[in-house]
Design a protein around this ligand. Structure first.
Ligand code: SF4
Length: 358
């Protein structure tokens, strides 16, 4: 066995060059003899061969080997350790959990279960709404690149322009990913979220505020820099809160100019206004260029309530939940049709008179 594949060979070769201190394991050399120490035991005055015998099969050594002797990016390493609570739990605690049922973490709408199979980490990935589903009832995938396809449409087959919208489809399962393929799959589901989360932990997340993002827009989007601070509040309320996007908004209007809209509680940060928000901002800039007018039309109090309820039902994505013939719900489809037949003209406009406010 060599140090590439054998934890003991790697440990003995490493400590011949430098001391080891990692996750509760300390191994050092002094005057030609070794000291081996974990939170469970301490053995001193070891020769190199006695060190090898002492280290063989020790879970702290296997843990050190797993986390230090394989090539991973900083983000991948930090994320995989986060998945199994490596910073908060001891090696024996983690080993016990990984070998008996696994360690569960959620990342947006993804549910990750880490286990140890044949001495190595394996990761199951599924939708968090499928937490109790029988694996036999879920569609199984092996190739992490399939995540790109799954992420394209929601459960109704509608295209998802914003990958971090809370509309990920259900019914699929990646039963046994490696650490690298787990990270690859997540990068298809939620692009760059692991990298940005890791940068944020390192204090190196590069945030671009609205003013700078709007400034660099050109062509048909150049107009978005006209939005006022108040309109930015409305924009972030419309697009960026937790019910609409799972990222935690870290950008603001400008340096020192915070946006009051809740940032969200997501695990991963949003470092700049995304293309969906820029596109929405263009539409609202066009609308905000219009002058207001005063309209006169008649509604009963119930009809006014109904119009308000219809806007709320669309804004909250509740339309699909309203049952046929549920006439007590003001946003019921037949009630909306009745209102249209009664109050709207043949072109679908509210019968009204309008005037510019003086
Ligand atoms: S700008 Fe808003 S909607 Fe877009 S990714 Fe960031 S938080 Fe989500």
């Amino acid at each position: 066995m060599d140090r590439e594949s054998d934890p003991v060979a790697a440990l003995v070769a490493t400590v011949a060059e430098r001391s080891i201190s990692y996750d509760g394991l300390s191994v050092s050399k002094s005057d030609g003899l070794y000291t081996f120490e974990t939170t469970e035991r301490q053995v001193t005055d070891l020769t190199a061969s006695a060190l090898g015998e002492t280290a063989a099969g020790d879970p702290f050594v296997d843990n050190w080997f797993h986390w230090t002797q394989r090539s991973r990016s900083t983000a991948e390493q930090a994320f995989l350790r986060w998945v199994e609570h490596a910073e908060e739990r001891s090696v024996p605690e983690r080993d016990a959990a990984l070998t008996s049922g696994g360690v569960v973490r959620e990342w947006g709408q993804l549910r990750i279960t880490a286990t140890v199979v044949d001495g190595d980490r394996r990761y199951e990935l599924r939708h968090s709404d499928d937490r109790d589903a029988d694996p036999a009832e879920l569609e199984r995938f092996v190739d992490p690149r399939k995540a790109r396809e799954i992420a394209t449409t929601d459960d109704k087959g509608r295209y998802r322009p914003l990958k971090t919208a809370p509309s990920l489809s259900t019914g699929w399962l990646f039963p046994e990913l490696t650490g690298a393929s787990l990270v690859e799959a997540i990068d298809f589901f939620y692009p760059a979220t692991i990298q940005n989360w890791s940068l944020e932990r390192e204090g190196e997340l590069d945030v671009t505020n609205w003013a700078a993002a709007a400034d660099r827009q050109s062509g048909i989007y150049a107009m978005v820099d006209e939005l006022s601070g108040e309109q930015l509040e409305w924009l972030t309320e419309a697009c960026c809160v937790d019910s609409q996007c799972l990222k935690r908004r870290e950008w603001d209007a400008a340096d020192g100019e915070e946006i009051d809209t809740p940032r969200g509680a997501g695990a991963f940060p949003c470092r700049e206004p995304c293309s969906v928000v820029i596109s929405a901002a263009r539409k609202w800039t066009q609308i905000e260029r219009e002058d207001t007018e005063r309209y006169t039309f008649e509604l009963t109090p119930s009809e006014k309530d109904q119009l308000e309820a219809l806007v709320a039902a669309v804004a909250d994505g509740r339309i699909d939940e309203i049952r046929e013939a549920e006439f007590s719900d003001p946003a019921n489809r037949q009630r909306a049709r009745y209102l249209r037949a009664k109050r709207f003209d043949a072109e679908g406009s509210l019968s009204t008179e309008s005037e510019r406010p003086s």
